[in-house]
Design a protein around this ligand. Structure first.
Ligand code: MRU
Length: 347
């Protein structure tokens, strides 16, 4: 069983374009697709986690800006950029992709005050769409490059623990942390994977487990709280996770629970690797303390799979991400190679 594209641009028989996404809210129950034809639809899909994972939301937002530009030229593209930027604060790939796509749209727009040539709005839309296509294609290529660098970190038969979903579904294709595992599998290293369920949204149980099953990579689902026990009993050889934003000093923001896993890994002397494209590195953010951590609806914590599990009226806190200090990270894998601290710039 293969993996369909996480997101792609489709054009119908009337010539109208749409961003088609795997609707990740419905996995693993059903593989369903969502066609986004407006900027608002793309923004909703990002906010509600129909598409999620730092590189995937970056590419989706780029297509969202292109949808705006195709519909209403540069002014609409700029408005789309503002709307999409406000959807989720932590993953820097979102702002990075919006900025790139807007720059492409602006470079195709007439100079202020210049006579507007017929087709100028079309040129802005085409430039933005071309940029979104480039971002999407580059993401897959960069994940494959990350895989080829990261494979050196994976010994034969390694038992790997991962948290959240940093795979095909979190990217345009192939994956970052799961991309490294995938590259090791394709190289015949026979890795096996412990999949943290990743409370509260269950990206591990719902998405990583689904993906690894489809790829045929042996994996076992565990409750998040089991990581320490597995490490203590000698059943974990290394940890690899993705990232939403890496500060200039190497601190890593990733899915809530990542920090706990990193502390456990250090306590047990187990390597803790992060795989992320260079677009996740935010040189403008000095340390992890400066990273804005998204807080989501407490209902994600008080419910489990739609069932209420807490007393009515019980307050709940739902931080979506945490920061793992650079000192707990053994190495960062990007499309350029394996980087070990101290990270004298650039990572
Ligand atoms: O809230 P999510 O599902 O968007 O969080 C995703 C993660 O934390 C991933 O680990 C991260 O974006 C890296 S994806 C390659």
């Amino acid at each position: 069983m293969g993996l369909p594209p996480t997101l792609e641009w489709t054009v119908d028989e009337r010539g109208d374009g749409a961003l088609r996404l795997i609707d990740q809210r419905r996995l693993p129950r059903e593989l369903a697709f969502l066609d986004c034809r407006t900027v608002a639809a793309v923004a909703d899909a990002i906010r509600e986690l129909a598409v999620r994972g730092a590189p995937a939301i970056g590419a989706a937002a780029a297509y969202g800006v292109a949808i705006g530009a195709l519909a209403g030229g540069l002014a609409a593209a700029e408005a789309a950029g503002l709307e999409l930027r406000a959807t989720r604060p932590t993953a820097v790939n979102l702002a990075w992709a919006i900025d790139r796509t807007l720059a492409a749209a602006r470079s195709a727009a007439p100079e202020p005050g210049a006579a507007v040539e017929p087709g100028a709005a079309g040129a802005v839309g085409a430039a933005a769409l071309g940029c979104a296509h480039d971002i999407a294609a580059a993401d897959v290529a960069s994940n494959q490059a990350m895989g080829s660098h990261g494979v050196a970190l994976i010994p034969h038969g390694a038992r790997i623990l991962t948290h959240c979903n940093a795979g095909h579904l979190a990217t345009v294709g192939y994956g970052t942390a799961i991309g490294v595992i995938r590259a090791a599998w394709e190289a015949g290293r026979e890795p096996t994977v412990w999949v943290d369920e990743t409370r509260p949204v269950l990206q591990g149980a719902r998405l990583t487990a689904w993906e690894l099953q489809r790829l045929g990579i042996p994996a076992t689902l565990v409750a998040d709280v089991m990581a320490g026990s597995l490490m203590a009993s000698g059943h974990v050889d290394l940890v690899i996770v993705g990232a939403d934003r890496i500060a200039a000093n190497g601190d890593v923001a990733n899915k809530i629970g990542t920090y706990s896993v990193a502390v456990l890994a250090q306590h047990h002397g187990i390597p803790f690797y992060v795989a992320a494209p260079s677009s996740t590195i935010d040189a403008a953010t000095a340390t992890g303390a400066d990273i804005v951590i998204e807080e989501r609806d407490p209902a994600e914590v008080t419910r489990f799979g739609g069932t209420v599990i807490a007393p009515l009226g019980m307050p709940a806190l739902n931080r979506a991400f945490d920061v793992t200090p650079a000192a707990l990270v053994t190495a960062i894998v990007t499309e350029h190679g394996v980087h070990r601290p101290p990270y004298h710039p650039p990572i």
